[in-house]
Design a protein around this ligand. Sequence first.
Ligand SMILES: Cc1cc2nc3c(=O)[nH]c(=O)nc-3n(C[C@H](O)[C@H](O)[C@H](O)COP(=O)(O)O)c2cc1C
Length: 279
Amino acid sequence: MVKIGVLVGSLSKRAFSLKLAQYITYKEKNLEMLQLDYSSLPLYDPDIDLTNAPVEWVAFRRAVSKVSGLLIVMPEYNLSIPGGLKNALDVISVPKPDLPAQGKPVLVITDSSGSRGGMLANAHLHQVLQNLGAKVLPSYVTVGNVNSILKENRITDDFVDQAIEDQFNQFKSVIFKNIRDQNSKILVTENYLYAKTHLGLLENNKEVGWADLTLLENGSFQIDHVVVKPEDRGKGVAQRVMLLLLSIMESSGLKVVPKCPFARDFIKQHFEYEELAIR
Ligand SMILES: Cc1cc2nc3c(=O)[nH]c(=O)nc-3n(C[C@H](O)[C@H](O)[C@H](O)COP(=O)(O)O)c2cc1C
């Protein structure tokens, strides 16, 4: 399952930002949402980073580099980003050029008890994230009057609730597209033979596995079978055939109908491909 890192900008156990983040993450079924704890990160100091980077920095950088996107929910502190979170962002702003947040989609949500919902902090965070090379979603999602809107750990204002859901769905689409784009590199690394209703994966010019397809009247391709030669089983060949097939279909603007159980399960387990499938 695709993993998303969640950063909550307040360290308070009773924080509205925490409740807001929990409300969003509990509802999510197709992503694994992991809260990343930055509260014990030592203050960033370039001098020690050069010689002896603390293990907390190393682990945090690694955790951020492993997730496919970040959701940041934070309050506004003194018209800007809370200091603890800013320290965590400074930690992942080095070492260049392999920044942990580079190219990752990020959704920013700010909240405050005032009516502006932390708009200034939101804008500041956008700027910082761009500097980290992240793909920050352009919208400024702000939740004003958070103390009256959040009741019993849920958003009671339908308009705000819907707005957050819409933004989160957009965030998911960007993440899934990002993953598919990364996976589509398979098109240049694999050797294959594609002839309309047959896609064969080649190794040393021999077919090790293939997918049989049927072209349907609506222009999509039904996946009838995914087959692996007996001697090549147990090596992930069928997965590679599926990735290859889905990458070809997406780059051609086509959809698939996964008839064979393996293809159906593959798409179920790789939810990032769900939007290519017609059920
Ligand atoms: C140190 C500090 C600074 C704050 N500065 C601002 C601010 O600049 N603008 C604002 O709207 N609210 C400000 N607030 C209020 C918080 O945004 C608001 O109380 C928020 O709900 C608290 O966040 P939390 O419940 O997620 O911890 C500040 C709160 C604290 C503790």
